[in-house]
Write a protein that binds this ligand. Structure first.
Ligand SMILES: Nc1ncnc2c1ncn2[C@@H]1O[C@H](COP(=O)(O)OP(=O)(O)OP(=O)(O)O)[C@@H](O)[C@H]1O
Ligand SMILES: [Mg+2]
Length: 370
Protein backbone atom coordinates (compact mmCIF):
# COMPACT_ATOMS: atom_id res chain seq x y z
CA UNK A 1 0.00 0.00 0.00
CA UNK A 2 1.26 3.51 -0.78
CA UNK A 3 0.03 6.93 0.25
CA UNK A 4 -0.55 9.66 -2.31
CA UNK A 5 -1.84 13.21 -1.95
CA UNK A 6 -3.91 14.96 -4.62
CA UNK A 7 -4.24 18.75 -4.66
CA UNK A 8 -6.74 20.52 -6.87
CA UNK A 9 -7.68 24.15 -7.37
CA UNK A 10 -10.03 24.60 -10.28
CA UNK A 11 -11.49 27.32 -12.43
CA UNK A 12 -14.06 28.38 -9.83
CA UNK A 13 -11.14 29.82 -7.84
CA UNK A 14 -12.91 28.91 -4.62
CA UNK A 15 -9.82 27.38 -3.03
CA UNK A 16 -7.89 24.14 -2.80
CA UNK A 17 -9.18 20.61 -2.20
CA UNK A 18 -6.69 18.09 -0.87
CA UNK A 19 -7.07 14.35 -0.48
CA UNK A 20 -4.83 11.79 1.21
CA UNK A 21 -5.38 8.51 -0.60
CA UNK A 22 -4.25 4.91 -0.27
CA UNK A 23 -3.27 3.20 -3.47
CA UNK A 24 -3.48 -0.56 -3.04
CA UNK A 25 -1.42 -2.75 -5.36
CA UNK A 26 -3.48 -4.32 -8.13
CA UNK A 27 -6.48 -2.10 -7.36
CA UNK A 28 -7.21 0.64 -9.91
CA UNK A 29 -9.10 2.90 -7.53
CA UNK A 30 -7.31 4.84 -4.82
CA UNK A 31 -9.23 5.07 -1.54
CA UNK A 32 -9.71 8.50 -0.05
CA UNK A 33 -8.59 8.49 3.55
CA UNK A 34 -8.89 12.16 4.47
CA UNK A 35 -10.03 15.41 2.81
CA UNK A 36 -9.16 19.01 3.55
CA UNK A 37 -10.27 22.24 1.90
CA UNK A 38 -8.93 25.73 2.23
CA UNK A 39 -10.50 28.82 0.70
CA UNK A 40 -8.03 31.09 -1.07
CA UNK A 41 -6.97 34.19 0.87
CA UNK A 42 -8.88 37.02 -0.83
CA UNK A 43 -5.79 38.77 -2.19
CA UNK A 44 -4.46 35.56 -3.77
CA UNK A 45 -7.85 34.81 -5.30
CA UNK A 46 -8.05 38.30 -6.77
CA UNK A 47 -4.53 38.02 -8.19
CA UNK A 48 -5.16 34.58 -9.72
CA UNK A 49 -8.34 35.91 -11.27
CA UNK A 50 -6.52 38.94 -12.62
CA UNK A 51 -3.79 36.73 -14.09
CA UNK A 52 -6.38 35.08 -16.32
CA UNK A 53 -6.05 38.23 -18.45
CA UNK A 54 -2.91 39.89 -19.71
CA UNK A 55 -1.74 42.75 -17.52
CA UNK A 56 1.29 44.73 -16.40
CA UNK A 57 4.38 42.87 -15.15
CA UNK A 58 2.51 39.62 -15.41
CA UNK A 59 5.55 37.30 -15.50
CA UNK A 60 6.72 38.57 -12.12
CA UNK A 61 3.21 38.50 -10.69
CA UNK A 62 2.61 34.98 -12.02
CA UNK A 63 5.83 33.75 -10.39
CA UNK A 64 4.82 35.25 -7.04
CA UNK A 65 1.31 33.79 -7.33
CA UNK A 66 2.82 30.36 -8.08
CA UNK A 67 4.90 30.69 -4.91
CA UNK A 68 1.89 31.73 -2.83
CA UNK A 69 -0.13 28.85 -4.26
CA UNK A 70 2.63 26.35 -3.39
CA UNK A 71 2.55 27.68 0.16
CA UNK A 72 -1.22 27.16 0.47
CA UNK A 73 -0.85 23.66 -1.04
CA UNK A 74 1.94 22.87 1.45
CA UNK A 75 -0.21 24.00 4.40
CA UNK A 76 -2.94 21.62 3.29
CA UNK A 77 -0.44 18.77 2.94
CA UNK A 78 0.57 19.42 6.55
CA UNK A 79 -3.08 19.41 7.66
CA UNK A 80 -3.57 15.99 6.03
CA UNK A 81 -0.35 14.55 7.45
CA UNK A 82 -1.04 15.80 10.97
CA UNK A 83 -4.61 14.51 10.87
CA UNK A 84 -3.46 11.08 9.75
CA UNK A 85 -0.43 10.90 12.04
CA UNK A 86 1.90 10.52 9.03
CA UNK A 87 5.22 12.13 8.09
CA UNK A 88 6.23 13.45 4.69
CA UNK A 89 8.45 10.43 4.15
CA UNK A 90 5.38 8.17 4.36
CA UNK A 91 3.87 9.69 1.20
CA UNK A 92 5.05 8.36 -2.16
CA UNK A 93 4.12 11.48 -4.15
CA UNK A 94 1.92 14.55 -4.36
CA UNK A 95 -0.10 15.27 -7.51
CA UNK A 96 -0.51 19.05 -7.66
CA UNK A 97 -2.75 20.51 -10.35
CA UNK A 98 -1.85 24.18 -9.90
CA UNK A 99 -4.01 27.05 -11.10
CA UNK A 100 -4.97 27.35 -14.74
CA UNK A 101 -4.51 30.93 -15.96
CA UNK A 102 -4.48 30.20 -19.72
CA UNK A 103 -5.88 27.23 -21.60
CA UNK A 104 -5.27 27.45 -25.32
CA UNK A 105 -4.63 23.97 -26.69
CA UNK A 106 -4.05 23.79 -30.43
CA UNK A 107 -2.80 21.31 -32.95
CA UNK A 108 0.83 21.31 -34.07
CA UNK A 109 0.89 24.89 -35.27
CA UNK A 110 3.10 26.15 -32.45
CA UNK A 111 0.34 28.15 -30.79
CA UNK A 112 -1.05 25.57 -28.38
CA UNK A 113 -0.33 25.73 -24.68
CA UNK A 114 -1.94 25.43 -21.30
CA UNK A 115 -0.59 27.14 -18.22
CA UNK A 116 -1.13 25.99 -14.64
CA UNK A 117 0.67 28.16 -12.12
CA UNK A 118 2.49 26.12 -9.46
CA UNK A 119 6.02 26.24 -8.11
CA UNK A 120 6.61 22.49 -7.89
CA UNK A 121 10.17 23.00 -6.70
CA UNK A 122 8.99 25.09 -3.76
CA UNK A 123 6.23 22.61 -2.91
CA UNK A 124 8.78 19.73 -2.90
CA UNK A 125 11.09 21.85 -0.74
CA UNK A 126 8.33 22.71 1.75
CA UNK A 127 6.96 19.16 2.02
CA UNK A 128 10.02 16.95 1.39
CA UNK A 129 7.78 14.76 -0.75
CA UNK A 130 8.08 14.00 -4.49
CA UNK A 131 5.83 16.45 -6.35
CA UNK A 132 4.30 15.79 -9.75
CA UNK A 133 2.73 18.81 -11.42
CA UNK A 134 2.07 20.35 -14.86
CA UNK A 135 -0.06 17.35 -15.86
CA UNK A 136 -1.70 18.91 -18.89
CA UNK A 137 1.25 20.16 -20.96
CA UNK A 138 2.42 16.79 -22.26
CA UNK A 139 -1.00 15.96 -23.67
CA UNK A 140 -1.14 19.36 -25.37
CA UNK A 141 2.38 18.80 -26.73
CA UNK A 142 1.07 15.56 -28.23
CA UNK A 143 -1.68 17.49 -30.02
CA UNK A 144 -4.35 16.94 -27.38
CA UNK A 145 -6.64 19.25 -25.48
CA UNK A 146 -4.84 18.59 -22.19
CA UNK A 147 -8.33 18.35 -20.74
CA UNK A 148 -10.37 16.86 -19.35
CA UNK A 149 -7.93 14.49 -17.64
CA UNK A 150 -10.35 12.96 -15.14
CA UNK A 151 -12.04 10.58 -17.64
CA UNK A 152 -9.05 8.19 -17.50
CA UNK A 153 -9.46 8.09 -13.72
CA UNK A 154 -13.24 7.68 -13.95
CA UNK A 155 -12.83 4.86 -16.48
CA UNK A 156 -10.25 3.05 -14.35
CA UNK A 157 -12.32 3.33 -11.18
CA UNK A 158 -15.99 3.50 -12.09
CA UNK A 159 -16.47 1.75 -15.43
CA UNK A 160 -18.63 -1.31 -14.94
CA UNK A 161 -19.29 -4.06 -17.49
CA UNK A 162 -22.87 -4.08 -18.70
CA UNK A 163 -23.71 -0.68 -17.20
CA UNK A 164 -24.18 2.55 -19.12
CA UNK A 165 -22.70 5.14 -16.81
CA UNK A 166 -21.58 8.75 -17.03
CA UNK A 167 -19.76 10.98 -14.58
CA UNK A 168 -20.32 14.73 -14.58
CA UNK A 169 -17.98 17.17 -12.88
CA UNK A 170 -19.62 20.50 -12.09
CA UNK A 171 -16.63 22.70 -11.31
CA UNK A 172 -16.05 26.10 -12.84
CA UNK A 173 -16.48 24.31 -16.15
CA UNK A 174 -18.65 21.22 -16.62
CA UNK A 175 -17.04 18.08 -17.98
CA UNK A 176 -18.64 14.76 -18.82
CA UNK A 177 -17.12 11.29 -18.87
CA UNK A 178 -19.11 8.75 -20.85
CA UNK A 179 -18.66 5.14 -19.75
CA UNK A 180 -20.99 3.16 -22.02
CA UNK A 181 -21.27 -0.59 -21.48
CA UNK A 182 -18.60 -2.13 -23.64
CA UNK A 183 -18.15 1.08 -25.60
CA UNK A 184 -15.19 3.40 -25.86
CA UNK A 185 -14.69 5.91 -23.04
CA UNK A 186 -15.21 9.48 -24.11
CA UNK A 187 -15.14 12.79 -22.30
CA UNK A 188 -15.16 16.51 -22.94
CA UNK A 189 -16.00 19.88 -21.44
CA UNK A 190 -19.65 20.66 -22.13
CA UNK A 191 -19.34 24.36 -21.25
CA UNK A 192 -19.69 26.62 -18.24
CA UNK A 193 -20.92 25.47 -14.84
CA UNK A 194 -20.14 27.49 -11.71
CA UNK A 195 -17.81 30.00 -13.32
CA UNK A 196 -20.63 32.14 -14.73
CA UNK A 197 -23.15 31.52 -11.94
CA UNK A 198 -20.57 32.47 -9.29
CA UNK A 199 -19.61 35.68 -11.11
CA UNK A 200 -23.26 36.71 -11.45
CA UNK A 201 -24.00 35.94 -7.82
CA UNK A 202 -20.93 37.89 -6.71
CA UNK A 203 -21.88 40.90 -8.80
CA UNK A 204 -25.53 41.11 -7.75
CA UNK A 205 -25.58 39.62 -4.25
CA UNK A 206 -22.00 39.98 -3.06
CA UNK A 207 -21.89 36.23 -2.42
CA UNK A 208 -19.30 33.78 -3.72
CA UNK A 209 -21.96 31.35 -4.94
CA UNK A 210 -25.68 30.65 -4.97
CA UNK A 211 -25.98 28.22 -2.04
CA UNK A 212 -28.17 25.29 -3.02
CA UNK A 213 -29.17 27.18 -6.17
CA UNK A 214 -31.93 28.86 -4.17
CA UNK A 215 -31.64 32.23 -5.88
CA UNK A 216 -31.71 30.59 -9.33
CA UNK A 217 -34.72 28.52 -8.25
CA UNK A 218 -36.60 31.70 -7.31
CA UNK A 219 -36.22 33.16 -10.81
CA UNK A 220 -37.81 32.47 -14.18
CA UNK A 221 -35.80 31.23 -17.15
CA UNK A 222 -35.66 33.82 -19.94
CA UNK A 223 -36.03 31.51 -22.94
CA UNK A 224 -35.01 34.14 -25.50
CA UNK A 225 -31.80 34.82 -23.58
CA UNK A 226 -31.16 31.09 -23.18
CA UNK A 227 -31.59 30.56 -26.93
CA UNK A 228 -29.15 33.38 -27.62
CA UNK A 229 -26.58 31.89 -25.26
CA UNK A 230 -27.05 28.46 -26.85
CA UNK A 231 -25.91 29.86 -30.22
CA UNK A 232 -22.36 30.00 -28.79
CA UNK A 233 -20.34 27.96 -31.34
CA UNK A 234 -18.48 26.04 -28.59
CA UNK A 235 -21.61 24.06 -27.72
CA UNK A 236 -21.94 22.65 -31.25
CA UNK A 237 -18.26 21.73 -31.63
CA UNK A 238 -17.63 17.99 -31.78
CA UNK A 239 -15.32 16.49 -29.16
CA UNK A 240 -12.43 16.46 -28.36
CA UNK A 241 -12.94 19.89 -26.88
CA UNK A 242 -12.12 21.77 -23.72
CA UNK A 243 -12.65 25.30 -22.51
CA UNK A 244 -12.12 27.66 -19.61
CA UNK A 245 -12.20 31.25 -18.47
CA UNK A 246 -10.50 32.20 -21.75
CA UNK A 247 -13.98 31.94 -23.30
CA UNK A 248 -16.56 31.71 -20.51
CA UNK A 249 -16.30 34.59 -18.10
CA UNK A 250 -18.55 37.46 -17.05
CA UNK A 251 -17.63 39.37 -20.23
CA UNK A 252 -19.23 36.52 -22.23
CA UNK A 253 -22.45 36.94 -20.23
CA UNK A 254 -22.46 40.71 -20.69
CA UNK A 255 -21.62 40.59 -24.40
CA UNK A 256 -24.43 38.16 -25.15
CA UNK A 257 -27.10 39.79 -23.01
CA UNK A 258 -27.83 42.68 -25.32
CA UNK A 259 -30.79 44.79 -24.27
CA UNK A 260 -32.98 42.13 -22.70
CA UNK A 261 -34.91 43.25 -19.67
CA UNK A 262 -34.41 40.17 -17.53
CA UNK A 263 -33.96 40.84 -13.81
CA UNK A 264 -30.74 39.64 -12.11
CA UNK A 265 -32.73 36.83 -10.53
CA UNK A 266 -34.04 35.68 -13.92
CA UNK A 267 -30.55 35.86 -15.45
CA UNK A 268 -29.38 33.63 -12.60
CA UNK A 269 -32.14 31.12 -13.32
CA UNK A 270 -31.17 31.25 -17.00
CA UNK A 271 -27.48 30.67 -16.25
CA UNK A 272 -28.34 27.59 -14.20
CA UNK A 273 -30.57 26.41 -17.05
CA UNK A 274 -27.73 26.98 -19.53
CA UNK A 275 -25.52 24.56 -17.59
CA UNK A 276 -28.31 21.99 -17.20
CA UNK A 277 -29.30 22.23 -20.90
CA UNK A 278 -25.79 21.99 -22.32
CA UNK A 279 -24.97 18.98 -20.13
CA UNK A 280 -28.27 17.24 -20.90
CA UNK A 281 -28.00 17.84 -24.64
CA UNK A 282 -24.41 16.57 -24.71
CA UNK A 283 -25.40 13.42 -22.84
CA UNK A 284 -28.41 12.74 -25.07
CA UNK A 285 -26.38 13.35 -28.22
CA UNK A 286 -23.30 11.33 -27.33
CA UNK A 287 -24.53 8.64 -24.92
CA UNK A 288 -28.32 8.33 -25.16
CA UNK A 289 -28.31 4.89 -23.48
CA UNK A 290 -26.88 6.32 -20.24
CA UNK A 291 -28.81 4.95 -17.27
CA UNK A 292 -26.81 6.47 -14.41
CA UNK A 293 -25.28 9.91 -14.12
CA UNK A 294 -23.00 10.52 -11.13
CA UNK A 295 -22.39 14.16 -10.34
CA UNK A 296 -19.21 15.44 -8.67
CA UNK A 297 -17.67 18.87 -8.07
CA UNK A 298 -19.06 21.72 -5.98
CA UNK A 299 -22.04 22.01 -8.33
CA UNK A 300 -23.27 18.70 -6.94
CA UNK A 301 -24.32 20.69 -3.86
CA UNK A 302 -26.58 22.87 -6.03
CA UNK A 303 -29.92 21.13 -5.48
CA UNK A 304 -31.69 23.32 -8.05
CA UNK A 305 -29.16 22.41 -10.76
CA UNK A 306 -29.38 18.70 -9.98
CA UNK A 307 -33.17 18.96 -10.08
CA UNK A 308 -33.06 20.62 -13.50
CA UNK A 309 -30.69 17.92 -14.80
CA UNK A 310 -33.03 15.20 -13.55
CA UNK A 311 -35.98 16.95 -15.20
CA UNK A 312 -34.20 17.28 -18.55
CA UNK A 313 -33.00 13.65 -18.39
CA UNK A 314 -36.10 11.69 -17.34
CA UNK A 315 -34.64 8.31 -18.33
CA UNK A 316 -31.42 8.83 -16.37
CA UNK A 317 -30.91 8.25 -12.65
CA UNK A 318 -29.10 11.39 -11.44
CA UNK A 319 -27.19 11.06 -8.16
CA UNK A 320 -24.08 12.54 -6.65
CA UNK A 321 -20.75 10.71 -6.81
CA UNK A 322 -21.24 9.70 -3.17
CA UNK A 323 -23.14 6.75 -4.66
CA UNK A 324 -19.77 5.64 -6.07
CA UNK A 325 -18.13 6.04 -2.66
CA UNK A 326 -16.43 9.35 -3.48
CA UNK A 327 -17.92 12.57 -2.04
CA UNK A 328 -18.39 15.25 -4.75
CA UNK A 329 -15.80 17.63 -3.31
CA UNK A 330 -13.10 14.93 -3.26
CA UNK A 331 -13.38 13.54 -6.78
CA UNK A 332 -11.01 15.90 -8.63
CA UNK A 333 -8.32 15.90 -5.92
CA UNK A 334 -8.53 12.10 -5.79
CA UNK A 335 -8.03 12.02 -9.56
CA UNK A 336 -4.77 13.97 -9.17
CA UNK A 337 -3.59 11.55 -6.47
CA UNK A 338 -4.29 8.80 -9.03
CA UNK A 339 -2.47 10.74 -11.77
CA UNK A 340 0.56 11.14 -9.48
CA UNK A 341 0.49 7.36 -8.94
CA UNK A 342 0.28 6.85 -12.73
CA UNK A 343 3.33 9.10 -13.19
CA UNK A 344 5.32 7.24 -10.53
CA UNK A 345 4.47 3.94 -12.22
CA UNK A 346 5.30 5.45 -15.65
CA UNK A 347 1.74 4.70 -16.77
CA UNK A 348 -0.08 6.98 -19.22
CA UNK A 349 -2.55 9.34 -17.58
CA UNK A 350 -4.39 10.53 -20.67
CA UNK A 351 -6.94 8.88 -22.91
CA UNK A 352 -6.19 9.87 -26.52
CA UNK A 353 -9.82 9.18 -27.49
CA UNK A 354 -10.82 11.88 -24.98
CA UNK A 355 -8.18 14.55 -25.42
CA UNK A 356 -7.31 13.96 -29.07
CA UNK A 357 -3.61 13.44 -28.30
CA UNK A 358 -1.55 11.39 -30.74
CA UNK A 359 -1.17 8.64 -28.16
CA UNK A 360 -1.00 7.67 -24.51
CA UNK A 361 1.53 9.72 -22.56
CA UNK A 362 2.98 9.72 -19.06
CA UNK A 363 1.73 13.03 -17.67
CA UNK A 364 3.42 15.52 -15.38
CA UNK A 365 6.80 16.86 -14.38
CA UNK A 366 8.55 15.46 -11.32
CA UNK A 367 10.25 17.46 -8.57
CA UNK A 368 11.94 14.89 -6.34
CA UNK A 369 11.68 15.23 -2.56
CA UNK A 370 15.41 15.66 -2.13
N1 LIG B 1 -23.67 24.46 -1.33
C1 LIG B 1 -23.44 24.85 -2.57
N2 LIG B 1 -24.45 25.26 -3.37
C2 LIG B 1 -24.23 25.66 -4.63
N3 LIG B 1 -23.03 25.67 -5.21
C3 LIG B 1 -21.98 25.27 -4.46
C4 LIG B 1 -22.12 24.82 -3.14
N4 LIG B 1 -20.90 24.47 -2.68
C5 LIG B 1 -20.03 24.69 -3.69
N5 LIG B 1 -20.68 25.17 -4.76
C6 LIG B 1 -20.11 25.57 -6.05
O1 LIG B 1 -18.99 24.78 -6.33
C7 LIG B 1 -17.88 25.62 -6.69
C8 LIG B 1 -16.60 24.93 -6.37
O2 LIG B 1 -16.60 23.69 -7.02
P1 LIG B 1 -15.28 22.94 -7.39
O3 LIG B 1 -14.27 23.14 -6.32
O4 LIG B 1 -15.66 21.55 -7.75
O5 LIG B 1 -14.86 23.70 -8.71
P2 LIG B 1 -13.44 24.05 -9.28
O6 LIG B 1 -12.53 24.40 -8.16
O7 LIG B 1 -13.65 25.06 -10.34
O8 LIG B 1 -12.95 22.71 -9.94
P3 LIG B 1 -12.80 22.29 -11.48
O9 LIG B 1 -13.16 23.42 -12.39
O10 LIG B 1 -11.39 21.90 -11.65
O11 LIG B 1 -13.67 21.12 -11.62
C9 LIG B 1 -18.13 26.91 -5.93
O12 LIG B 1 -17.47 27.98 -6.56
C10 LIG B 1 -19.64 27.01 -6.02
O13 LIG B 1 -20.02 27.58 -7.23
MG1 LIG C 1 -12.48 24.13 -6.27
Amino acid sequence: MAWYIGLMSGTSLDGVDAVLAEQLPGRPAPRSHRHAHRAFPEDLRAELLALNRSGPDELHRAALAANALATVYAELVQVLLTGAGLRGGDVRAIGAHGQTVRHRPGAFDGTGYTLQLMNGALLAELCSIDVVCDFRSRDVAAGGQGAPLVPAFHAACFGAPGLHRAVLNLGGIANLTLLPAGGPVRGFDTGPANVLMDAWCQRHRGQAYDAGGEWAASGTVDTALLERWLTEPYFALPPPKSTGRDLFDIAWVDAKRGSDGATPRDVMATLAELTACTVAEALLQHAPATADLFVAGGGAFNAHLLGRLAALLPSVRVQTSSALGVPPDQMEALAFAWLAHAHVERQPGNLPAVTGALGPRVLGALFPAA
